[in-house]
Write a protein that binds this ligand. Structure first.
Ligand code: NAP
Length: 304
């Protein structure tokens, strides 16, 4: 018979790490599963300028600082990938190495990058096409690159690249930007940026590596070819929830809706927080807030 944990946290981003710290204080018997680098998306944020206590901090530095708090508290991450989450009397979690059983579970597994869906996108990935300017931007020193998208991710990636690349193009499918006006202004004031709207990418050019991109004007249909070496799509996120095998927990977009007061899903004792929620604003401090609410409610449920 499997040991039954009080709780299992799926994902060690800001939400999961916050829950782990609160659980440790209350002696909850828990595991935190994370196959990647702790910190989640924080690791690939070029800079974070809206985290309380810091004017501005590089994302990876903040991720390390958050993780150090776990290390100091003696919390170890279990480096396993969740393959399925089901429910019988308790929750059953199958990972790539083990099967675990728990009374409560938290889904805080974050999101992954949405693809633009053009031919050769997978082949050119790692050969001039990247979803992370912070991780790969330095490969494009003195070269020409393009960022695709109009949200805060695209704007921040483009700003980061202005300090590395010779020229940065930004294309967005609408004339209005979804991201913040402050970032758009900062970008407009950069000397090596060209913003093109309303354009969409229509063809990725290059055989073994990126040599350019064809873009199409959304209103006139006019096409333009830009020769460049780097393509950075930043067109949004898809929740990492493919392992959830419990009816009615996910919405049509694979997000996990919760009751905001408790952060509990439609399934009793299953909670969710951070970027997997269907919300417009995804921020580190919001994920931490979710974590605190979740930890409080689970501890109450467990009588801790
Ligand atoms: P997002 O806000 O959803 O923006 C995605 C952008 O990609 C939108 O401009 C969208 O255009 C465009 N797009 C979507 N599909 C496309 C396609 N197939 N072809 C071309 N363009 C496409 O995603 P995000 O920028 O990754 O941000 C996600 C969340 O994290 C947001 O809440 C954001 O504010 C937050 N975030 C915050 C920070 C921060 O430091 N404050 C940094 C990064 C992200 P439309 O606008 O026309 O839909």
């Amino acid at each position: 018979m499997n040991k039954v944990y009080d709780s299992i946290i799926i994902g060690a981003g800001p939400c999961g790490m916050r829950i782990a710290l609160e659980f440790k204080k209350k002696d909850v018997d828990f595991l935190i599963l994370e196959p990647g680098t702790p910190g989640g998306k924080v690791n690939v944020a070029p800079r974070v300028d809206n985290y309380p206590g810091f004017k501005e901090i590089p994302g990876p530095d903040l991720a390390v600082a958050l993780f150090m708090r776990l290390m100091d508290a003696g919390i170890e991450l279990v480096p396993e990938q969740v393959l399925s989450l089901t429910k019988k009397d308790n929750f059953i979690i199958k990972t790539d190495y083990n099967t675990y059983e728990a009374k409560t579970v938290v889904i805080c597994s974050g999101t992954k990058e949405k693809k633009i869906g053009l031919e050769k996108e997978d082949e050119l990935f790692g050969h001039g096409l990247s979803y992370c300017a912070l991780c790969d931007g330095h490969f494009f020193k003195g070269q020409d690159v393009i960022v695709i998208g109009g949200g805060n991710s695209a704007l921040k990636e483009a700003i980061h690249l202005t300090h590395v690349a010779k020229k940065v193009y930004l294309i967005h499918r609408r004339n209005e930007f979804r991201g913040s006006v402050k970032l758009v202004d900062e970008l407009r004031n950069s000397s090596n940026v060209e913003i093109l709207t309303p354009y969409v990418p229509s063809k990725l050019l290059g055989e073994d590596k990126v040599t350019g991109i064809e873009i199409a004007h959304r209103e006139t249909g006019e096409k333009k070819i830009i020769e460049l070496q780097g393509i950075f799509p930043a067109v949004g996120q898809i929740p990492n929830t493919q392992f959830v095998d419990i009816p009615c927990v996910l919405d049509d977009y694979k997000n996990v809706p919760v009751t905001m007061k408790t952060m509990e899903t439609s399934c009793e004792n299953l909670f969710a927080g951070g970027d997997v929620l269907p919300r417009d604003i995804r921020q580190i401090y919001l994920a931490e807030h979710d974590g605190i609410v979740i930890a409080k409610n689970i501890c109450e449920r467990l009588g801790k």
